[in-house]
Structure formats: C-alpha cells, structure tokens
Design a binder for this molecule. Structure first.
Ligand SMILES: [Zn+2]
Length: 449
C-alpha cells in the first residue's frame, strides 16, 4: 500500500513537470454568452424562412450583401497600443483591420485554412460562400469623416461609465445605449473586457428581430430586440490576428461566430445533447467541441446515434466551440438562414443600402473643371466659384451621404463665377458638390457644421 502511494505521488510530479514544460499559453475554454435555442423564436424564424424560400423560387437572384461595420473600442484613457492598462487596452487600427479581413474571408469562403487540410473531406461539399461582405464605416452618424475607418475610440471615463471590466448587465443597460450608432446603417461591434459574473466570456450577440406577419418577435430572453442594443460584443483578447489576440482564439473566429448568431445561427449542437440547430446539413452532436481534435481533417465522434462516426462532429464549423485554427466553414443551410435574415429583417436589410463606407468612391480629380467651395466648413451658406474657359451649360448638384440630391442649380450658357448655395435648413454633416458640364464632372466635399 505504501509503495502504491509513492508511485501515485511520483506520477503526480511527473504530470506537473510535464505541464510546466508545455509552452502553449493557458487560455480559458471558449465561452459564448449568446442566447440559446429558443423554440418560440425559431417558430417565427421558420415562418420567415419559408416565405423567403417561396419568394426566392420565383426570383432567383443571388446577392452579395454588404454590411458597414463600426468597432467601438472601449479603453481606460490610455494611448493606442499602451500596455499600461490591463483592463482597458486601446487596440491599434492594424489589429482591427486584421479582424475585418478575417470576416470577409470566412463569410466568402476565401479563408486560407479551408482548402488545405483542416476541413474534413466529408464536409467539403457542404461548405458555402455565404455571400456577405463587410466594410469599414468611413462616415460617422453626424456626417464627419472618421479619422480611422471603422473605429470609434471611447475613453470610458469620458462617458461617465464605471472602470472596466464590465458585466453583460452593465453593457446592456449602460454601454450599448450610450454609444450605439444607428443600427440600420452600422453593425455595432463593442470591444472591451468582460468581468464580474461574466469574466472569461469571449463574446455574445443580439439575434435579429424576425418579422412575423405584422408582429415582430423581439423576446430574445433579455438580449434581443431593442435597436440601441443591437450588435455584437467581444473581449479585446480575441480580436483579429495580431496585437492582443490570444491563443487559441487568435484567428479572429470569435467575431465570425458571434456575427453568425447576429445573423440568426444557433450553436451547431442546438445547445443540448444531440439537439437541433435547424440546419439539415450539419450533423447532430452530443456536445460542442473543445480544443482542436485535428488540424489534418481527422474525425471526432459525434456521440449521437443519428450521426455515427465518421464523419462525426463538424468541429470545423464556426458555430462550434473549437479553437480558432480548427474552424473553417459555414454550411449551405447556415447560409440560407443568414441570407433570409439579410433579405427580410428590417435593420439587417437596410445595412445593404447604407452608404457610410462610400466616401472613397468620390474621385476628386476626374476632370479639368475648376471650382472652389468656400467657406469650408460652412455654417449653411457657401459659394461654388466655377472657373470656365468658354461659355457653356453646367449643373451644380449637392448630394448628402445617402446619395439624395438636396440642391440642384442649372446654368445656361454661363461664364461661371460664384454661385451662392444655401443649405442652412439642412442637417450638419458631409455633403458632396458636383459641377457637371456636357462632357466632364468633378466633385468636392463640403462639411456643414
Ligand atoms: Zn455562440
């Protein structure tokens, strides 16, 4: 008996020694706090899906949807990149850009780990290009041009908020309503640190509001419905692929997973033992996957009689709990749900026509028409001074950031000169002035303040 205990103690030391030599940094298990499968919600969702598919059968037009994104970076008053704060890091633009790149790769199936050896061969044909694109917002809600595309830096003390880290309860009641941008124009993403009751959470999302005839379904167990809480939240340790991104969640897949929820996807096991995620092309799974069963296309037993092994668990799916490097795909069934959301859910649909990403489409050097706009910025009245070589017809048009014409003045056989424009009845923000003749046009930007 004594000898047995000695062996046990020695074994324990060997195990401890072995762990100490492990160079992979420790990390919490994936913890997503998005709502779990809700049958009432799903019933409304299925109704929407059926209506959408009936319509899609009549008019088969595939659309790549575009979603403008704003990342609200919550920090503790420190400079960008400063490591002096542990709870309120102010992430740099390169890290945010790396996150947007991952989203566009994952939702368009151009992720580099898809076609290599990560995805099991049995699931390759189920994988879908979800035809959803993301762009960095370039214009703020007040019409100003963002200093850094897609980034809204918020020092929490300037808002009068508590010091970081935050609980979900505080985020829902205070942070989101105090910093949300119009969710019909922006996908709001908050980056912060979770603490208190929610320490260790990687992220969570608000599900889309489902149109159900004339009655929207908004009862998502406290985390759904309201416009000023719409969006996704994740911890600054799990953003993008550089900077503070922490192994094993350092490939930007926390955002891919949470935006999957935001577009109406459930966890792949239906949140119960061999449950239903309402996608026919995902296998049933006894549980969500921890870690990374294989990076070379190996199988992992599903634990469900309806889905024997192989192929077993689809641990490569973004809606599983696998490590980031193990994830590589959404399925065609998941795509159908997300496309239905983008086509039918009011706030999601309107994102596709939002123009807040489009400033760079204005080419200010397309022609040799010369004109000046002054004063700029303006308080409402300004002049467009057009310099023409010959007498000719031309038009001065002012459009807002939604592309709507707010003023148009035509000149016939004119020599140009200063034309007064009065926009004092218009809201503050960015406008675009275009001077167009028969053959050429040129656009300049003016700011009303
Ligand atoms: Zn989740």
């Amino acid at each position: 008996m004594k000898r047995f205990f000695t062996t046990l103690i020695l074994s324990a030391f060997v195990i401890i020694g072995s762990n100490a030599q492990n160079t992979e940094p420790a990390s919490p298990a994936r913890k997503c706090a998005s709502p779990k499968v809700n049958p009432t919600y799903e019933e409304a969702f299925q109704g929407m899906l059926q209506r959408h598919e009936q319509f899609a059968n009549i008019k088969k037009t595939l659309t790549v949807y575009n979603i403008p994104v704003i990342f609200h970076i919550l920090h503790s008053g420190v400079a960008v990149n400063s490591t002096s704060a542990t709870s309120g890091r102010n992430l740099n633009a390169a890290q945010i850009a790396s996150q947007l790149t991952v989203l566009n790769q994952d939702f368009r199936k151009t992720n580099t780990n898809f076609s290599t050896t990560v995805t099991q061969s049995a699931f390759i044909n189920a994988a879908a290009d979800c035809e959803i694109n993301f762009c960095m917002a370039k214009i703020s809600p007040t019409g100003t041009i963002l200093a850094e595309p897609g980034i809204d830096r918020i020092s929490v003390s300037s808002k009068g908020w508590n010091a970081l880290p935050y609980t979900m309860s505080y985020i829902e009641s205070t942070v989101k309503p105090g910093s949300s941008w119009d969710p019909t124009k922006y996908l709001n993403i908050w980056i912060l640190e979770f603490g208190g009751a929610d320490v260790g959470t990687l992220g969570y999302a608000q599900f889309p509001t489902i149109p159900n005839g004339t009655t929207p379904v908004t009862d998502m167990v406290g985390w759904g419905g309201a416009a000023n809480t719409d969006g996704v939240v994740f911890d600054y340790h799990y953003v993008g692929t550089t900077g503070t991104a922490s192994y094993p969640y350092n490939k930007g897949r926390t955002a891919t997973h949470e935006i999957g929820h935001w577009l109406g996807l459930w966890h792949i096991n239906g949140d119960t033992n061999c449950g239903n995620d309402y996608c026919t092309d995902t296998p049933t799974q006894s549980s969500l996957t921890g870690g990374c069963p294989s990076t070379t296309g190996g199988t992992s037993a599903s634990g469900c009689s309806a889905s024997p092994n192989p192929p077993g668990k689809m641990y490569q799916n973004y809606m599983d709990y696998s490590d980031d490097r193990c994830m590589s795909m959404f399925t065609t069934g998941q795509k159908a749900r997300m496309q239905a959301v983008m086509a039918n859910c009011t706030r999601r649909l309107s994102l596709n026509t939002s123009t807040v990403c489009s400033v760079t489409n204005i080419d200010e050097n397309v022609s040799d028409i010369n004109f000046e706009v002054y004063p700029n910025p303006s308080k409402g009245e300004f002049f467009v001074n057009v310099d023409l070589l010959n007498q000719q017809d031309f038009t001065v048009t002012v459009i807002n950031t939604l592309g709507q014409t707010v003023k148009e003045i035509r000149q016939v056989q004119s020599n140009g000169g200063a034309i007064k424009i009065d926009l004092s009845d218009k809201s503050e923000g960015v406008y675009f002035v275009t001077v167009k003749s028969k053959s050429v046009s040129k656009t300049k930007r003016i700011i009303l303040q």
